[in-house]
Design a protein around this ligand. Structure first.
Ligand code: AHR
Length: 502
């Protein structure tokens, strides 16, 4: 039997809206063609845009309340020199994007364009600095350029380039994957460098920086320990605000990850099992962080997560372009439930990546744009942003495919209008699951208003395409009934459901 108990009056922790964040890199067609057509007069003539940024993309991302956007990488961040991306377009140098396909980067999308995009999206920028091939001075000056309001070389340069006031960028990453593409460093070497870079990334005026150190890859618990150990503040606050974590859901081996759309039931379950690993990672890294930071002053920032498959046949292998199916929506739902349930430690998370790369929420083809099943999962779960997490106890039927895993995952919160939201995933590839929900502290009289939405589709491989863009979407859900003190939910096979009560 499947059973959930929710303590409807017990929540104390707020679910940070930032765990519904995004990541967009100079990679393939994410920035160029995805957001930005400002460097392509032919595209700009047929794709409606504002100052070079696509209107359709802005509108779609605003609908899901995108809270923050991480940029410019990724691996790209550690070879990016921000001064190449400011000033008159025709004077900006070109460079090679060595990580991603060896293509020419024309630097037409730089700091001003990114911060303009964030303003249009009404989201917070999260800039990742270059530690791998940059310098302390370079990062220090980038912060000064963005955030200083007085007279200084960088603030004056910003004004000369058309931006009078500072942007006040709050979130700064000090390097990306410094254990790999960001410099191949040891934890000890990086931690020392973090300390050095962080000193010169200054707070100006009221812009107090939130500094995010490069954290571990997957289950590298030693990295977390070294970083936490070496960034203690000698009695004062810790020297970092956030520690990042990267983990990708890869159904196969890195050399043969599997297709995004052509997969069987066994691969479906492998993918789900690997998505569930995120819970263990957050729990175990969190436990190490607790030893050094029992009061949770340092946030865990899972600033890269998502599925990673083989690229779509015929596309540039360096562009990481993959389709997105109902399977991805389930992976997203599982992550969101895990994230909500770890709200005490998890401060931010960023899907990799927003457009045309890996587990995208948007795919574009010239002037056309489609929303993926993952987009709809973000849309469904936006009700949890900044809501109060409610304790949820889940007893689920399991499936055993290589190892045992629960069929159902869940999370719940109460929003400022006092509405309770319960989100559920059912990974059963073939059967409906009946679920009994006990709501402790909530009177389930027949007059209580219950509504719901569902994301599902006939086949687990179903996708939205440029010919059929509405195969997988959000529909109204009517599979609930009341039985005395309990609420019964009939969860369709391979589906996500969110209920609103109150
Ligand atoms: O998201 C693609 C790449 O994955 C990022 O650039 C890097 O940080 C990670 O390895």
């Amino acid at each position: 039997m499947n059973r959930i108990i929710i303590k409807a009056q017990d929540g104390t922790t707020r679910i940070s809206r930032h765990i519904y964040g995004h990541f967009s890199e100079h990679l393939g067609r994410c920035i160029y063609g995805g957001y930005w057509v400002g460097n392509d007069p032919e595209a700009a003539a047929v794709i409606p845009n504002i100052r070079g940024i696509r209107n359709d993309v802005i509108a779609a991302l605003r609908r899901i309340n995108i809270p923050n956007l991480r940029w410019p990488g990724g691996c790209f961040a550690d070879e990016y020199h921000w001064k190449d991306g400011i000033g008159p377009m025709e004077e900006r140098p070109r460079m090679i994007n060595t990580h991603w396909g060896g293509v020419t980067e024309d630097n037409s999308f730089g700091t001003h364009e990114f911060l303009d995009l964030c303003e249009l999206l009404d989201c917070e920028p999260y800039i990742c600095g270059n530690v791998g091939s940059g310098s302390v001075q370079e990062l220090s000056q980038w912060v000064e350029y963005c955030n200083f309001d007085g007279v200084s070389p960088m603030a004056d340069l910003r004004r000369k380039n058309g931006q009078a006031g500072p942007w006040g960028v709050h979130f700064w990453g000090i390097g990306n994957e410094s254990w790999g593409c960001g410099g191949n460093m040891t934890a000890e070497f990086y931690a020392d460098n973090y300390r050095r870079y962080a000193v010169y990334a200054r707070d100006y005026g009221n812009s107090k920086l939130y500094k995010i150190a490069c954290g571990p890859s997957g289950s590298d618990y030693d990295w977390t320990r070294v970083l936490m150990e070496k960034t203690q503040g000698c009695g004062g606050p810790p020297l970092l605000n956030g520690l990042s974590l990267h983990y990708y859901t890869v159904p196969g081996e890195w050399s043969c990850k599997g297709s995004a759309t052509e997969f069987n039931e066994a691969q479906w379950y492998v993918t789900m099992r690997k998505a569930y690993v995120t819970d263990e990672l957050i729990r175990k890294h969190g436990a190490i962080m607790d030893e050094y930071d029992p009061n949770h002053r340092v946030g865990l920032v899972m600033d890269e997560w998502g599925t990673w498959y083989d690229v779509e046949p015929g596309t540039n292998p360096g562009f990481l372009y993959q389709q997105n199916s109902l399977r991805d929506a389930l992976v997203a739902g599982i992550h969101f439930n895990i994230f909500n349930n770890h709200a005490e430690r998890l401060f931010m998370a960023n899907i990799a990546q927003t457009i045309n790369v890996l587990q995208s929420v948007i795919l574009t083809e010239g002037a056309k744009m489609i929303l993926t099943p993952t987009y709809h999962a973000f849309d469904m779960y936006k009700v949890h942003q900044d809501a109060v997490k409610l304790p949820v106890y889940v007893e689920s039927e399991t499936v055993n495919r290589g190892s045992e895993m629960p069929l159902i995952s869940a999370s719940a919160s109460r929003d400022e209008r006092n509405k309770l939201h319960l989100s559920l995933t059912n990974i059963d590839s073939g059967s409906e699951q009946e679920l009994r929900v006990e709501l402790r502290g909530l009177d389930l009289s027949p007059s209580v208003k219950i509504s719901g939405t569902v994301i599902g589709s006939e086949h687990i491989q179903d996708c939205n395409t440029f010919d059929d863009d509405a195969k997988v979407g959000i529909k109204n859900f009517t599979g609930t009934s009341l039985d005395g003190a309990a609420l019964w939910v009939s969860l369709p096979p391979h589906s996500l459901v969110t209920l609103e009560l109150g």
